[in-house]
Ligand binder design. Structure first.
Ligand code: NAP
Ligand code: HSE
Length: 434
């Protein structure tokens, strides 16, 4: 029995999927039963890396969705629309969907999941987070016995590639970003990568799976790496840290009505060099899942690019193909694979969350400055782990402070008082520290 695949998009990921389907030898035997039936692209004249029958290509994605020879729709075109409408249209036509589109799932995942459940089809999203790393299915299935305390990690390949090359080679931000685009790692609009939005989409998805309920994507505090200065990467290195763009979702307890309270955020973070995430370099991603009773599990591997992402897409296609082989979901959907919501979640007020911080101040180079800064912290009961003066010249100094863990509101109050000191010329950088 062959299974017809309709591909929406033949860019980095779509071409990777087509390459796997066209070379089944040595892979799972089910791959040989998958047939690429139609492929939607935007521009028919664009040269393609693969030799495909031109008759398969169309600029009408709805025609792919509605083609009777297409059993499974694979959405790898990106963007919110028409991707969302096409996914819903495929579901309405009774077709299961595989998508790598985290932007759509983070914003419209609940609507899509409800439509899929009502129609009795699957929407699988392994490729949406972590590229080639299996993390969606492990969270849905293999770790289902756990109470999840924290999911954290590096989940954007482009920014990790940029940060690694900045730290290791002193490479310029703009040059390395262009390389990441050429390698197919970056989003169509790379602002999604460097401003942290892509990582926020992904952590929203992981939080939804880990805690069993959707979180408001637009409310996730998000900071990217576009404002990060090479000087802070260098100071961090001298102090024993690597700077990484981390995404975190952690449980902060439950409301009396059972609603899970979550601290979910994305920001550049100083990671101690002996921490497992500090050694995750280049396009690699890593996700730490901490749960009871499993303890801490780490998932590591290539987080972007054609091959790794296509590996995850085809794994989802195979999951659906396998179910079709044993008669389809006529007896109802597997609740673990379909992964519906089972409780309410809400984001906590960021002001009450607790973190360690890195702060760089430009100050006058005079006796007593460090003491006055210390007093501002002391008044807000912010405990300082270290305070170091770098590069004193021309009557100015750079002072770098690392705090112990402190409530965000108290740290911000101390910072306001510090910024108002006559000795302080600028609060030049403020980052989180693990
Ligand atoms: P891409 O290289 O820009 O490819 C997009 C493809 O979709 C192109 O073939 C484009 O056609 C086609 N397309 C776009 N809009 C269309 C429309 N309205 N009608 C018909 N075709 C349309 O993007 P990508 O990097 O493969 O990413 C695709 C999706 O996978 C995105 O959601 C992305 O976030 C996700 N993803 C990407 C990676 C990665 O490493 N790149 C990893 C994980 C997930 P043309 O070729 O004619 O322009
Ligand atoms: N642009 C994304 C990244 C692709 O760099 O991680 C993988 O989701």
């Amino acid at each position: 029995m062959t299974i017809g695949i309709g591909l929406l998009g033949l860019g980095t990921v779509g071409a990777g999927v087509a390459a796997i389907l066209s070379a089944p030898a040595g892979r799972h035997p089910l791959v040989d039963q998958l047939r690429l039936q139609r492929v939607a692209v935007r521009d028919l004249s664009r040269p393609r890396p693969l030799e495909l029958d031109p008759a398969l290509l169309t600029t009408d994605p709805e025609a792919v969705v509605q083609d009777p020879a297409v059993d499974i729709v694979v959405e790898v075109m990106g963007g919110l629309e028409p991707a969302r409408s096409l996914i819903l249209s495929a579901i309405a036509a009774g077709k299961s969907v595989v998508t790598a589109n985290k932007a759509v799932i983070a914003r419209h995942g609940q609507e899509i999941a409800a439509a899929a459940a009502a129609r009795g089809v699957y929407v699988l999203i392994e490729a949406a987070v972590g590229g080639g790393i299996p993390i969606i299915e492990p969270l849905k299935q293999s770790l289902g016995a756990n109470r999840i305390q924290r999911v954290s990690g590096i989940i954007n390949g482009t920014t990790n590639y940029i940060l690694t090359r900045m730290a290791d080679e002193g490479a310029l931000y703009g040059t390395v970003l262009a390389d990441a685009q050429a390698l197919g790692y970056a989003e169509a609009d790379p602002a999604a990568d460097v401003e942290g939005g892509d990582a926020a989409d992904k952590i929203a998805i992981l939080a939804g799976l880990a805690y069993g309920g959707g979180v408001e994507r637009s409310a996730i505090p998000t900071e990217g790496i576009s404002g990060l200065q090479a000087r802070d990467v260098s100071y961090a290195d001298q102090l024993g840290f690597r700077v990484k763009l981390l995404a975190v979702a952690q449980s902060e307890g439950t409301d009396p009505d059972g609603t899970e309270q979550l601290d979910v955020r994305v920001h550049p973070t100083l990671v101690p060099k002996d921490h497992p995430l500090a050694g995750v370099n280049g396009v690699n991603n890593a996700i730490l899942v901490e749960g009871d009773p499993v303890g801490r599990v780490m998932f590591y591997g290539p987080g972007a690019g054609a091959g790794p992402t296509a590996s995850a897409v085809v794994a989802d296609i195979l999951n659906i193909a396998g179910i079709r082989q044993v008669g389809g979901p006529s007896a109802g959907l597997d609740p673990l694979l379909a992964a519906g919501s089972w409780r309410r979640c809400r984001l906590v007020d960021p002001a009450v969350t607790r973190h360690r911080n890195y702060l760089r101040l430009q100050t006058t180079d005079q006796a007593g400055v460090i003491g006055r800064i210390g007093s501002c912290f002391g008044q807000e009961e912010v405990s300082i782990q270290s305070i170091v003066q770098f590069q004193a010249s021309g009557g100015e100094a750079e002072i770098v402070v690392i705090t112990h863990e402190v409530q965000e509101a108290r740290f911000r109050a101390a910072l306001t008082a510090i910024a108002a000191l006559p000795d302080v010329k600028a609060v030049a950088a403020c980052l989180r520290t693990l």
